[in-house]
Ligand binder design. Structure first.
Ligand SMILES: NC(=O)c1ccc[n+]([C@@H]2O[C@H](COP(=O)([O-])OP(=O)(O)OC[C@H]3O[C@@H](n4cnc5c(N)ncnc54)[C@H](OP(=O)(O)O)[C@@H]3O)[C@@H](O)[C@H]2O)c1
Length: 248
């Protein structure tokens, strides 16, 4: 039987970890690219320390993993650009720290774009089911005060994904590009949102209520549904996969 592999950024915790666990159960080899390893271990889970703030070094590390794999032996090869950050989270002009803005966009936008470029470049001659799933956010389409960086960085990733999906539609051996919007999901990122001050993020109360009313998505349940789609090869070019469709 041919092998299957997923490269996931930010699989040390949260949605990325749930995706990794579910993929491992389905027989995938999984590479986790994050700063910390997390507690979970598995013989087919490989941890590659990476800091997406440093795009050049991150691309080099993913490149060396891709070059170490016999790509022709794989039936499915996926890159999931899942890692993401919210900070800096406050109204623009509260301070002036360009280094925080640069770091934010490196993690949420520039590194995922550069990793997508690498993946397409390395895989465009390999005839297999290959895809890039970029994890976006509802904040890309709805402006939340306090999240100017986050909304803008995710909107750029959305636009990039949709544009490259159009390009790949025209090539003979395409890489599938799709977006995934997890919605409000019960991870450390939500804990961080609930602890934000009203001054920095005026929507904190609504996120606290959603948590208290049990309205947050379960990362494990959602990951299971997404991995089913990957198993069935039903992620298609330009798809925008919403948590609402997955969990309905
Ligand atoms: N949770 C939600 O409600 C929600 C809603 C919409 C969209 N999303 C999106 O879903 C994705 C996953 O979110 P989550 O809720 O699972 O977040 P999370 O629990 O905070 O996990 C974030 C992951 O990203 C990694 N990461 C952060 N900064 C990194 C860096 N500089 N270099 C490498 N890895 C880094 C973290 O690993 P290390 O700390 O080990 O580096 C961690 O594994 C994000 O893109 C987020 O924007 C989440």
């Amino acid at each position: 039987m041919k092998k299957r592999v997923l490269l996931i950024t930010g699989a040390s915790k949260g949605i990325g970890l749930s995706l990794a666990k579910s993929a491992l159960e389905s027989g995938f080899d999984v590479y986790n690219f994050s700063r910390t390893e997390g507690d979970f271990t598995h013989p087919n889970l490989h941890f590659i320390p990476i800091d997406l703030v440093d795009t050049i070094s991150a691309v080099a590390k993913v490149d060396s993993v891709l070059k170490s794999l016999q790509l022709k032996d794989y039936d499915t090869i996926g890159l999931i650009n899942n890692a993401g950050v919210l900070e800096p989270m406050y109204p623009m002009g509260k301070t002036s720290k360009p280094e925080l803005i640069e770091e934010h966009f490196s993690v949420n936008t520039i590194s995922p774009i550069a990793l997508s470029e690498l993946f397409i470049h390395e895989l465009n001659r390999i005839d297999t089911y290959k895809f890039i799933l970029n994890v976006g956010s509802g904040a890309a389409d709805y402006p939340y005060e306090g999240w100017a960086n986050y909304g803008a960085s995710k909107a750029a990733l959305h636009y990039f994904t949709k544009t490259v999906a159009l390009e790949q539609k025209k090539v003979s051996n395409p890489v599938i590009l799709a977006l995934f919007n997890p919605g409000r999901t019960n991870t450390q990122m939500q804990t961080q949102i609930r602890s934000a001050s009203q001054e920095d993020f005026p929507f904190t109360e609504s996120f606290i209520q959603a948590y208290e009313q049990g309205k947050l998505n379960s990362p494990d349940v959602m990951a299971e549904e997404l991995i089913k789609k990957i198993n069935n090869k039903t992620i298609l070019q330009g798809d925008e996969i919403s948590h609402k469709d997955l969990l309905s």
